[in-house]
Design a binder for this molecule. Structure first.
Ligand code: FES
Ligand code: FE2
Length: 387
């Protein structure tokens, strides 16, 4: 066993700095860090993700690049710098890093020979479904996972990113919790007639967890199938809006900002509508955090929000999750049989974290190449039809 880690560390999912087991596990997969549209050429961004700061920028070649934020010279932020071709030049004394590999290529006030010795961290980047993904792990990046369930030819697709005021693992656990739909989101479930609590079934799969929420398969009481892709991605149908779609296909990544806040990166698809990637400028007024703070202060109730408020789901989940505390104490919970998804997720994570601690290989998590959607299922039909 690596002396650095103790057995209790195998169950520490919450801390994600670079030296933590959970941090190493998350970094061994591609992670989204920002929406593509937020990266404009000439305007680098300082991104706080996984308890670290990075500089993300779009080069004049149109490609997205991600490097460490700290300039190695006098440690100011590279995100203050200028974009030149595919590189970035530091704002303070003009050191330039170009070529996509972090190599220093120009130091205006230094002899030409010095730059060879200076290299910063630069990371593999890939843009997909409107998001910028980065591989922060060691060695070669793993194969980039595609999600053929989202079909840009056939579907109408939106992407969004929003902060959640709690530790990311609470949000992951929420993804395995089908029962909460009937309480936290009861306005939405009631409006589409979903009134029967599901019987939860979960199993480990090649890619993570397959979860099913069985309900009597009547008109509205849909049995839901959810796919959890290790370590922090979920694919499931979520209630949509009456007057539009009863259900949406929902693909989401839960990524730590620091240990007390996180980002949800979400791709929503209306199946079969065929408009491809659509920009949706959604700036809910007021900001969801305003509602979350007021509700947590007992100044208002979730029920007081207009059901048409566009970020209603976000507020509902945000309240339940932040209400647990920014970092929940899992030693004091009293889990029940309906929490079996959460129990399985923790077991799988714990197994992987122990493997990292002991220097053993992880399970080779791999999703099938083909779509996991069952086109004959009721939820797929409802997600393809306006109601
Ligand atoms: S601090 Fe960046 S060049 Fe001096
Ligand atoms: Fe929810």
């Amino acid at each position: 066993m690596n002396k650095m880690y103790k057995p209790e560390d195998y169950r520490d999912f919450a801390h994600t700095g670079p030296q933590t087991l959970a941090g190493k596990f998350l970094r061994s997969f591609w992670q989204p860090i920002i929406k593509s549209e937020e990266l404009e050429t000439g305007r680098p961004k300082r991104v706080h993700i996984l308890n670290e700061y990075f500089t993300a920028y779009r080069g004049e070649d149109g490609k997205a690049y991600v490097v460490q934020d700290e300039c190695p010279h006098r440690l100011t932020r590279l995100s203050l710098g200028w974009i030149e071709e595919d590189g970035i030049r530091c704002f303070y004394h003009g050191w330039k890093f170009a070529g996509g590999d972090g190599q220093c290529t120009h130091q205006p006030a230094e002899p030409d020979s010095y730059k060879k010795a200076i290299k910063i961290a630069a990371y593999p980047v890939r843009e997909y479904l409107g998001l910028v993904f980065v591989y922060f792990g060691e060695g070669e990046a793993p194969e980039f996972p595609l999600y053929p369930e989202v079909d840009l030819e056939k579907d109408t697709v939106f992407c969004s990113a929003h902060p959640v005021p709690c530790n990311y693992y609470q949000r992951i656990e929420n993804d395995l919790d089908e029962v909460h739909l009937h309480f936290v989101h009861r306005v939405s479930t009631a409006s589409i007639g979903l009134d029967q609590l599901p019987e939860i079934q979960v199993e480990e799969s090649d890619y993570g967890i397959l979860r099913r929420g069985h309900r009597v398969n009547s008109e509205n009481n849909v049995s839901r199938t959810g796919h959890i892709f290790m370590p922090n991605t979920m694919l499931v149908f979520t209630p949509g809006r009456p007057g539009r779609w009863a259900w949406n296909l929902h693909l989401a990544w839960r990524v730590p900002i620091d240990d007390q806040t996180m980002m949800s990166f979400v791709v929503n698809a209306h199946l079969g509508e065929g408009k491809g990637f659509q920009k949706r400028d959604r700036h809910p007024n007021p900001d969801p955090q305003v509602y979350i703070d007021k509700i947590l202060n007992c100044e208002m109730r979730v029920q007081d929000i207009d059901p048409e408020y566009p970020a209603l789901f976000q507020v509902q989940d945000g309240v339940a999750l932040a209400g647990q505390g920014a970092m929940v104490d899992r030693n004091r919970e009293r889990l029940g049989q309906s929490d079996r998804g959460i129990i399985l997720m923790r077991k799988l994570w714990s197994r992987e974290l122990q493997a990292i601690a002991e220097g053993r290989p992880l399970k080779a998590w791999k999703r099938p190449k083909d779509s996991l959607l069952d086109l004959n299922s009721r939820e797929v039909q409802l997600a393809s039809t306006r109601v």
